[in-house]
Design a protein around this ligand. Structure first.
Ligand SMILES: NC(=O)C1=CN([C@@H]2O[C@H](COP(=O)(O)OP(=O)(O)OC[C@H]3O[C@@H](n4cnc5c(N)ncnc54)[C@H](OP(=O)(O)O)[C@@H]3O)[C@@H](O)[C@H]2O)[C@@H](O)CC1
Ligand SMILES: [K+]
Length: 551
């Protein structure tokens, strides 16, 4: 498990380390700069291991402590014989104490220091070429939209990178212009190849678009005290609501999956009831059931319309089938309720929604399941659309419910627009989960899981190959399968999302990114649950100099 922090939390850690613990600010900064310089040196190194001749580095620095890191990193490279210079953006005289100190050191050493105007002139004359450009304009202190000269400077950096004048852009802490909490671009943002971040990964490099802009992320422990040593008042600010530390999972977290006991039977691993499918729509039900079995469920029963009987029986003979007709549901309400009651009593887990359609009878079905289920219920797709269309159904929400909306479904549930939700992914999921006391899996390229107690998980596995019909149905089956194995709602949702992404990566390795189908994804679940399997593409993007486990 890796911890993710907001900018504010990181500043609180900084303040705690410096003020309460007494680690001098410059000591932390020197370690931060050393880490950046080391990574840059790695890029500059020739295969033989020596610095490339004529290797040049420009460090483009703001006047806060991010800029101070940038100057210090350039100085360390300079002292190792690299031709490294500094570009200053903003008014140096207004810089932080650390910035002024670092600038003084660089000046005393005779380093080349350009103003923004001088740099612009150099660029416009085509004289601006370098192996590595260090982006140290803004770090976690970015507090508003980037405009004017700063925006121009960021556009210039991106332009140089695009035209090949700069081979590699290395961002200090976070690409300048990316919001450290939401990953949103604040007007303009640097597109980096590498980001060296300090202490813990920032939420903004896990959420999109920040994640695409950060490139490879290296997490460097620069000597901060552990997060749990912080007093709550330091951690959360004085008058602000508590913001939890978010987390993400990696292959090591697959150990959370319970062992399959030798002395067991099919009932041991959970009975999953999948309420899904409608006339001409049986694929979703099939994929969800297949995924539940592939995740390890002992028994999967499909409750679906009579029209789907034959096809589902032939596609997935392992599943038990119980069918109904729309007429039976609408006209024989009491009889139908008895049937639902019986099925709910049988089930350890219920999936409600994939491919249910929007027939008038679906409202009754959703109501019956929500009122009668006595086990965790995973609500997806048309289950959620029905709830959005009939808001009284939210009164049946319980703490055992996991909802898995994509942005469109979340927009219907909350009445917000999709762009609004996309910009506030974490808040939207967290507020909904807290308001209704359930678990909310808000699906996006970086899916967020918000638990009813306030915990936040952000997913880092997966591939764009998964953006295809049926992918969400597979996720419901995986989460249901994990619930069946005995995991709680939060853990099943988090690990389910992680395994789903990992299965996508493994499947895409075989089929290629364009050709993958949701059924390929379901077939890869077994391998994805195996921690020893290689091939977590997303994971390889992150490197940690000091793993979370060691702290
Ligand atoms: N000892 C430590 O503390 C350590 C800190 N560390 C490093 O410090 C970084 C945080 O430093 P920081 O807090 O100084 O903030 P930083 O990101 O440099 O930006 C603030 C500056 O930007 C300005 N500004 C903001 N938004 C703007 C905008 N849109 N447009 C224009 N200006 C804008 C803002 O101006 P102001 O708002 O004050 O007018 C201020 O001048 C952190 O990411 C890490 O790299 C590490 O070395 C570890 C030890
Ligand atoms: K930066």
């Amino acid at each position: 498990m890796r911890t993710l922090v907001t900018g504010k939390q990181m500043k609180a850690v900084d303040a705690h380390a410096i003020t309460t613990i007494g680690i001098p600010s410059m000591v932390l900064m020197e370690r931060a700069a050393f880490a950046v310089a080391r990574e840059v040196k790695g890029i500059l190194k020739e295969e033989a291991g020596r610095l490339a001749p004529g290797a040049s580095v420009w460090s483009v620095c703001g006047t806060g402590n991010n800029g101070a890191d940038g100057i210090a990193a350039a100085r360390m490279l300079f002292l190792e014989g690299v031709s490294a210079g500094v570009v200053l953006i903003g008014q140096p005289e207004k810089g932080t104490e650390e910035f002024l100190q670092q600038l003084k050191i660089a000046r005393n050493l005779g380093m080349e220091i350009l103003s923004r105007e001088q740099w612009e002139e150099l660029c416009s004359q085509g004289g601006m070429r370098c192996r590595v450009l260090i982006d140290a304009i803004f770090g976690v202190g970015l507090s508003r939209q980037v405009q004017g000269a700063y925006a121009e400077c960021i556009r210039r950096i991106n332009g140089l990178r695009q035209e090949g004048a700069v081979e590699c852009v290395a961002a200090v802490d976070i690409p300048s212009g990316v919001h450290s909490d939401t990953g949103q671009v604040m007007g303009e943002a640097v597109s980096a190849d590498l980001t060296v971040t300090f202490g813990w990964e920032k939420r903004g490099t896990v959420l999109y678009p920040g994640r695409s802009l950060a490139g490879r992320v290296v997490v460097e422990n620069i000597g901060f005290p552990p997060l749990d040593s912080l007093k709550p008042e330091v951690r959360d600010g004085e008058d602000e609501e508590e913001i939890p530390y978010a987390c993400t999972y990696g292959p090591g977290d697959l150990e959370r999956i319970p062992e399959r006991a030798a002395y067991s039977n099919k009932g041991t691993f959970g009975k999953v009831l999948i309420v899904a499918g409608s006339e001409n729509m049986c694929g979703a039900a099939y994929l969800s059931a297949l995924a539940a079995y592939r995740t390890g469920a002992g028994l999967v029963k499909l409750l679906t319309v009579e029209e789907n009987r034959l096809i589902l029986q032939s596609r997935l003979p392992e599943a038990i089938l119980v069918t109904y007709t729309a007429g039976q549901l609408m006209e024989g309400r009491e009889e139908f309720r008895k049937l639902i009651d019986e099925q709910c009593r049988w089930a350890d887990v219920v999936v409600l929604g994939p491919g249910l359609g929007c027939g008038a009878y679906v409202e009754y079905l959703v109501e019956d399941i929500l009122t009668m289920a006595c086990s965790p219920v995973v609500v997806d797709a048309d289950g959620l659309n029905t709830i959005a269309a009939h808001p009284y159904l939210t009164s049946y929400y319980t703490e055992n419910i996991i909802i898995t909306p994509h942005l469109g479904e979340m927009a219907r549930l909350t009445g917000q627009s999709i762009p609004q939700i996309r910009e506030n992914l974490v808040e939207t999921a967290a507020e909904y989960a807290a308001h209704y006391g359930l678990t909310c899996v808000l699906k996006d390229a970086a899916t967020v899981v918000a638990s009813r107690e306030g915990g936040i998980y952000m997913n880092t596995s997966g591939t764009s190959a998964m953006a295809k019909a049926g992918s969400g149905d597979v996720l419901t089956g995986i989460i249901a399968g994990l619930l069946g194995l005995g995991m709680d709602e939060t853990e099943s949702a988090r690990l389910g999302v992680y395994i789903h992404g990992r299965a996508g990566e493994l499947a895409a390795e075989k089929t290629g990114c364009h050709g993958m189908l949701a059924s390929d994804l379901a077939e890869a679940i077994g391998s994805a649950m195996d921690g020893k399997k290689a091939g977590n593409a997303a994971e390889s993007v992150w490197q940690s100099r000091d793993s979370e486990e060691k702290r």
